[in-house]
Design a protein around this ligand. Structure first.
Ligand code: 3PY
Length: 249
Protein backbone atom coordinates (compact mmCIF):
# COMPACT_ATOMS: atom_id res chain seq x y z
CA UNK A 1 0.00 0.00 0.00
CA UNK A 2 1.49 3.34 -1.07
CA UNK A 3 1.34 6.25 1.39
CA UNK A 4 0.23 9.59 0.04
CA UNK A 5 2.97 12.21 -0.31
CA UNK A 6 2.37 15.96 -0.49
CA UNK A 7 5.33 18.13 -1.52
CA UNK A 8 5.37 21.91 -1.57
CA UNK A 9 7.27 23.44 -4.47
CA UNK A 10 7.96 26.94 -3.25
CA UNK A 11 9.56 27.91 -6.59
CA UNK A 12 11.46 31.23 -6.33
CA UNK A 13 9.44 32.57 -3.40
CA UNK A 14 10.16 33.27 0.23
CA UNK A 15 12.30 35.24 2.65
CA UNK A 16 13.74 34.25 6.01
CA UNK A 17 10.85 35.92 7.81
CA UNK A 18 8.10 34.52 5.55
CA UNK A 19 9.64 31.03 5.62
CA UNK A 20 9.83 31.05 9.42
CA UNK A 21 6.10 31.75 9.66
CA UNK A 22 5.24 29.19 6.97
CA UNK A 23 7.44 26.44 8.42
CA UNK A 24 6.25 26.89 11.98
CA UNK A 25 2.62 26.87 10.79
CA UNK A 26 3.19 23.63 8.88
CA UNK A 27 5.05 21.97 11.75
CA UNK A 28 2.44 22.85 14.35
CA UNK A 29 -0.51 21.71 12.22
CA UNK A 30 1.00 18.57 10.65
CA UNK A 31 -0.31 15.15 11.61
CA UNK A 32 2.06 12.43 10.37
CA UNK A 33 -0.79 9.93 10.40
CA UNK A 34 -2.41 11.68 7.42
CA UNK A 35 0.35 11.57 4.79
CA UNK A 36 4.04 12.07 4.12
CA UNK A 37 5.00 15.68 3.51
CA UNK A 38 7.96 17.74 2.38
CA UNK A 39 8.84 21.23 1.20
CA UNK A 40 11.20 22.01 -1.67
CA UNK A 41 12.70 25.42 -0.98
CA UNK A 42 15.07 27.71 -2.90
CA UNK A 43 18.68 26.62 -2.23
CA UNK A 44 19.61 29.55 0.06
CA UNK A 45 16.84 28.53 2.47
CA UNK A 46 17.60 24.82 2.76
CA UNK A 47 19.59 25.33 5.96
CA UNK A 48 16.63 27.23 7.40
CA UNK A 49 14.39 24.26 6.52
CA UNK A 50 16.86 21.91 8.16
CA UNK A 51 16.78 23.97 11.37
CA UNK A 52 13.00 24.43 11.40
CA UNK A 53 12.11 20.86 10.45
CA UNK A 54 14.73 18.97 12.48
CA UNK A 55 12.94 16.42 14.63
CA UNK A 56 9.75 16.70 12.54
CA UNK A 57 8.70 13.96 10.10
CA UNK A 58 8.32 16.62 7.40
CA UNK A 59 11.11 16.34 4.84
CA UNK A 60 12.77 19.08 2.85
CA UNK A 61 14.43 19.20 -0.49
CA UNK A 62 15.69 21.23 -3.42
CA UNK A 63 14.10 22.27 -6.71
CA UNK A 64 17.04 21.43 -8.97
CA UNK A 65 20.55 19.98 -8.89
CA UNK A 66 23.62 19.76 -11.08
CA UNK A 67 24.21 16.55 -12.99
CA UNK A 68 27.92 16.93 -12.18
CA UNK A 69 29.58 15.71 -9.00
CA UNK A 70 31.94 18.68 -8.42
CA UNK A 71 34.31 21.02 -10.21
CA UNK A 72 34.29 24.11 -12.39
CA UNK A 73 30.53 24.60 -12.74
CA UNK A 74 29.97 28.13 -11.45
CA UNK A 75 26.58 28.61 -9.88
CA UNK A 76 25.70 24.92 -9.71
CA UNK A 77 24.85 22.89 -6.61
CA UNK A 78 25.76 19.19 -6.47
CA UNK A 79 23.63 16.33 -5.22
CA UNK A 80 26.24 15.59 -2.56
CA UNK A 81 25.93 19.15 -1.22
CA UNK A 82 22.15 18.80 -1.00
CA UNK A 83 22.51 15.45 0.78
CA UNK A 84 24.97 17.13 3.16
CA UNK A 85 22.23 19.66 4.01
CA UNK A 86 19.86 16.83 4.90
CA UNK A 87 17.69 17.03 1.79
CA UNK A 88 15.43 14.01 1.28
CA UNK A 89 14.02 15.05 -2.10
CA UNK A 90 15.15 16.92 -5.21
CA UNK A 91 12.72 17.99 -7.94
CA UNK A 92 14.18 17.29 -11.38
CA UNK A 93 12.76 18.23 -14.76
CA UNK A 94 10.09 20.68 -13.62
CA UNK A 95 8.52 22.13 -16.76
CA UNK A 96 9.77 25.60 -15.78
CA UNK A 97 13.34 24.28 -15.95
CA UNK A 98 12.65 22.42 -19.18
CA UNK A 99 11.14 25.58 -20.72
CA UNK A 100 13.33 28.39 -19.34
CA UNK A 101 16.63 26.53 -19.05
CA UNK A 102 16.26 24.24 -22.07
CA UNK A 103 16.70 21.11 -19.96
CA UNK A 104 16.43 17.97 -22.07
CA UNK A 105 14.99 14.70 -20.82
CA UNK A 106 18.50 13.28 -21.05
CA UNK A 107 19.87 15.93 -18.68
CA UNK A 108 16.90 15.40 -16.35
CA UNK A 109 17.70 11.68 -16.30
CA UNK A 110 21.35 12.37 -15.46
CA UNK A 111 20.21 14.59 -12.59
CA UNK A 112 17.85 11.88 -11.30
CA UNK A 113 20.71 9.37 -11.29
CA UNK A 114 22.98 11.84 -9.43
CA UNK A 115 20.27 12.37 -6.79
CA UNK A 116 19.82 8.63 -6.23
CA UNK A 117 23.58 8.11 -6.05
CA UNK A 118 23.73 10.72 -3.28
CA UNK A 119 21.07 8.82 -1.31
CA UNK A 120 18.10 11.13 -1.96
CA UNK A 121 14.84 10.75 -3.87
CA UNK A 122 14.38 12.53 -7.19
CA UNK A 123 10.89 13.82 -7.92
CA UNK A 124 10.90 13.37 -11.69
CA UNK A 125 8.44 15.76 -13.37
CA UNK A 126 6.80 14.94 -16.69
CA UNK A 127 3.98 16.66 -18.51
CA UNK A 128 2.64 17.84 -21.84
CA UNK A 129 1.98 21.35 -23.12
CA UNK A 130 -1.48 22.44 -24.24
CA UNK A 131 -0.50 22.12 -27.92
CA UNK A 132 0.75 18.58 -27.30
CA UNK A 133 -2.47 17.62 -25.49
CA UNK A 134 -4.62 19.10 -28.24
CA UNK A 135 -2.59 17.20 -30.83
CA UNK A 136 -3.27 13.95 -28.97
CA UNK A 137 0.41 13.63 -28.01
CA UNK A 138 0.08 13.43 -24.21
CA UNK A 139 0.92 9.73 -23.88
CA UNK A 140 3.89 9.87 -26.23
CA UNK A 141 5.34 13.00 -24.63
CA UNK A 142 5.19 11.81 -21.02
CA UNK A 143 6.31 8.30 -22.00
CA UNK A 144 9.42 9.66 -23.72
CA UNK A 145 10.23 11.96 -20.80
CA UNK A 146 10.03 9.11 -18.28
CA UNK A 147 11.76 6.60 -20.57
CA UNK A 148 15.04 8.49 -20.40
CA UNK A 149 15.09 8.09 -16.62
CA UNK A 150 13.99 4.45 -16.65
CA UNK A 151 16.73 3.50 -19.12
CA UNK A 152 19.30 4.39 -16.49
CA UNK A 153 17.74 2.55 -13.54
CA UNK A 154 17.57 -1.07 -12.38
CA UNK A 155 14.68 -2.36 -10.23
CA UNK A 156 16.38 -1.07 -7.08
CA UNK A 157 16.76 2.40 -8.55
CA UNK A 158 13.16 2.36 -9.75
CA UNK A 159 11.90 2.12 -6.18
CA UNK A 160 13.93 5.20 -5.29
CA UNK A 161 12.11 7.65 -7.53
CA UNK A 162 8.92 9.64 -7.17
CA UNK A 163 7.20 10.67 -10.42
CA UNK A 164 5.16 13.87 -10.73
CA UNK A 165 2.73 14.31 -13.60
CA UNK A 166 2.34 18.05 -14.16
CA UNK A 167 0.43 19.04 -17.29
CA UNK A 168 2.18 22.25 -18.32
CA UNK A 169 -1.13 23.91 -19.20
CA UNK A 170 -2.25 23.47 -15.58
CA UNK A 171 0.81 25.06 -13.95
CA UNK A 172 0.21 28.49 -12.47
CA UNK A 173 -2.88 28.91 -14.64
CA UNK A 174 -5.55 27.89 -12.16
CA UNK A 175 -6.63 25.20 -14.66
CA UNK A 176 -6.49 21.66 -13.34
CA UNK A 177 -6.77 18.33 -15.10
CA UNK A 178 -9.97 16.59 -14.10
CA UNK A 179 -9.39 13.65 -11.75
CA UNK A 180 -10.25 11.29 -14.64
CA UNK A 181 -7.82 12.98 -17.04
CA UNK A 182 -5.05 12.84 -14.46
CA UNK A 183 -5.81 9.24 -13.48
CA UNK A 184 -5.60 8.13 -17.12
CA UNK A 185 -2.07 9.52 -17.44
CA UNK A 186 -1.01 8.23 -14.01
CA UNK A 187 -2.21 4.72 -14.88
CA UNK A 188 -0.19 4.81 -18.11
CA UNK A 189 2.89 6.00 -16.25
CA UNK A 190 2.51 3.16 -13.76
CA UNK A 191 2.12 0.66 -16.61
CA UNK A 192 5.34 2.03 -18.10
CA UNK A 193 7.11 1.56 -14.76
CA UNK A 194 5.70 -1.99 -14.61
CA UNK A 195 7.25 -2.84 -17.97
CA UNK A 196 10.54 -2.46 -16.13
CA UNK A 197 9.52 -4.12 -12.87
CA UNK A 198 5.95 -4.76 -11.76
CA UNK A 199 6.68 -5.05 -8.04
CA UNK A 200 8.69 -1.83 -7.93
CA UNK A 201 6.04 -0.05 -10.04
CA UNK A 202 3.47 -0.84 -7.37
CA UNK A 203 5.59 1.01 -4.82
CA UNK A 204 6.44 4.19 -6.75
CA UNK A 205 4.49 7.27 -5.64
CA UNK A 206 3.09 9.18 -8.64
CA UNK A 207 2.10 12.72 -7.67
CA UNK A 208 -0.19 15.08 -9.52
CA UNK A 209 0.95 18.69 -9.90
CA UNK A 210 -0.59 21.70 -11.57
CA UNK A 211 -2.86 23.99 -9.58
CA UNK A 212 -3.71 21.41 -6.91
CA UNK A 213 -5.56 23.32 -4.16
CA UNK A 214 -7.55 22.51 -1.02
CA UNK A 215 -10.80 22.41 -3.00
CA UNK A 216 -9.70 19.92 -5.68
CA UNK A 217 -7.10 17.87 -3.78
CA UNK A 218 -9.46 15.28 -2.29
CA UNK A 219 -11.02 14.30 -5.60
CA UNK A 220 -7.67 14.10 -7.34
CA UNK A 221 -6.04 12.05 -4.60
CA UNK A 222 -9.02 9.68 -4.45
CA UNK A 223 -7.94 8.29 -7.82
CA UNK A 224 -6.22 4.90 -7.53
CA UNK A 225 -2.93 5.96 -9.16
CA UNK A 226 -2.67 9.48 -7.74
CA UNK A 227 -0.46 9.14 -4.69
CA UNK A 228 -0.28 12.75 -3.63
CA UNK A 229 0.54 16.17 -4.98
CA UNK A 230 3.35 18.50 -5.97
CA UNK A 231 1.90 21.81 -4.87
CA UNK A 232 2.79 25.25 -6.24
CA UNK A 233 1.07 28.43 -4.99
CA UNK A 234 -1.05 26.68 -2.36
CA UNK A 235 2.15 25.48 -0.63
CA UNK A 236 2.99 29.06 0.34
CA UNK A 237 0.19 29.30 2.91
CA UNK A 238 0.39 26.92 5.85
CA UNK A 239 -3.40 26.60 6.10
CA UNK A 240 -3.78 25.65 2.42
CA UNK A 241 -0.82 23.26 2.44
CA UNK A 242 -2.15 21.55 5.58
CA UNK A 243 -5.64 21.34 4.07
CA UNK A 244 -4.19 19.53 1.04
CA UNK A 245 -2.28 17.13 3.29
CA UNK A 246 -5.50 16.53 5.21
CA UNK A 247 -7.33 15.82 1.93
CA UNK A 248 -4.97 12.89 1.37
CA UNK A 249 -6.69 10.84 4.08
C1 3PY B 1 2.20 24.22 -9.72
O1 3PY B 1 1.23 23.64 -9.23
O2 3PY B 1 2.14 25.39 -10.12
C2 3PY B 1 3.49 23.54 -9.85
O3 3PY B 1 4.22 23.81 -10.77
C3 3PY B 1 3.90 22.56 -8.83
O4 3PY B 1 5.20 22.09 -9.07
Amino acid sequence: MRRKLVVGNWKMNGSRAANATLLSGIVSGFDAATAEAAVCAPAPYLAQCEAALAGSPIGWGAQDVSAHASGAYTGEVSAQMLADLGCRYVIVGHSERRAYHAESSELVAQKAVAVIAAGMTPIVCVGETLDEREAGQTSVVVRNQLAQVLERLDADGLEKIVVAYEPVWAIGTGRTATPEMAQEVHARLRAQLAEKNAVAAGKVQILYGGSMKPDNAKELMAQPDIDGGLIGGAALKAADFLAIIHAAT
